[in-house]
Design a protein around this ligand. Structure first.
Ligand SMILES: Cc1cc2nc3c(=O)[nH]c(=O)nc-3n(C[C@H](O)[C@H](O)[C@H](O)COP(=O)(O)O)c2cc1C
Length: 183
């Protein structure tokens, strides 16, 4: 009924999503508590999935609102849906934002060579009001990049598999412990 070694199967798919641009799990939704205590959610790109330490990683601009939100309330969620697998995964995690150090240097060594580099070099922080007439290419800042690495330390996962026959399966996963749930 439940796939053998479900936690490992899930981590395998997460790792695949970091390599395969077409994997549905490459672009989860990150749901946070806003600084105004209201919910907030947005898409991010999954960059790393490390089963051995139970960590997921994405990159962002260290000046973006989500960073302030995660610093104020590090408890947040990533939600994944794969139409191919027919699996939804809701990941509860504690998040840490790294704005300097070896992880950020390694990430910038990768991203800095790519077309995405300009995303992290803008003079203006993301989410600022932009007056009409100023619309156009974002001026690149002359200073340092603003790439931040966000680590999600996974605490629990809620896995839901939609059956074609209407037989859905659901489980809660904490480490290697799998608890079957009613869908
Ligand atoms: C497909 C897709 C992938 C995205 N990936 C990222 C990402 O990896 N990191 C990121 O900061 N924003 C990413 N964004 C933009 C965010 O969804 C969001 O609009 C932006 O980061 C501002 O979010 P905030 O105001 O909550 O900080 C992506 C958007 C889309 C549509």
């Amino acid at each position: 009924m439940i796939p053998d070694n479900l936690p490992h199967r899930i981590w395998q798919e997460l790792a695949r999503a970091t390599q395969d641009r077409h994997h549905d799990w490459r672009t989860p939704v990150l749901a946070t508590v806003g600084v105004d205590q209201c919910p907030n959610a947005r898409t991010v790109v999954l960059r790393q999935a490390r089963e051995s330490v139970g960590e997921l990683t994405f990159f962002t601009d260290g000046r973006s609102p989500k960073v302030a939100e995660l610093q104020a309330q590090p408890q947040a969620m990533l939600v994944f849906w794969s139409a191919r697998l027919r699996w939804q995964l809701r990941v509860s995690a504690r998040f840490e934002v790294l704005t300097c150090g070896p992880e950020v240097d390694a990430a910038w060594a990768r991203v800095g060579q790519s077309a995405a580099a300009c995303d992290y070099l803008t003079a203006q922080p993301p989410g600022q009001p932009w007056a009409e007439g100023e619309l156009g290419p974002t001026p690149a800042g002359t200073g340092a990049h603003h790439l931040a690495v966000v680590l999600a330390r996974v605490q629990a996962m809620d896995w839901l598999a939609l059956g074609l026959d209407g037989q859905h399966r659901r489980a809660r996963i904490e480490g290697q412990a799998v608890t079957l749930l009613t869908p």
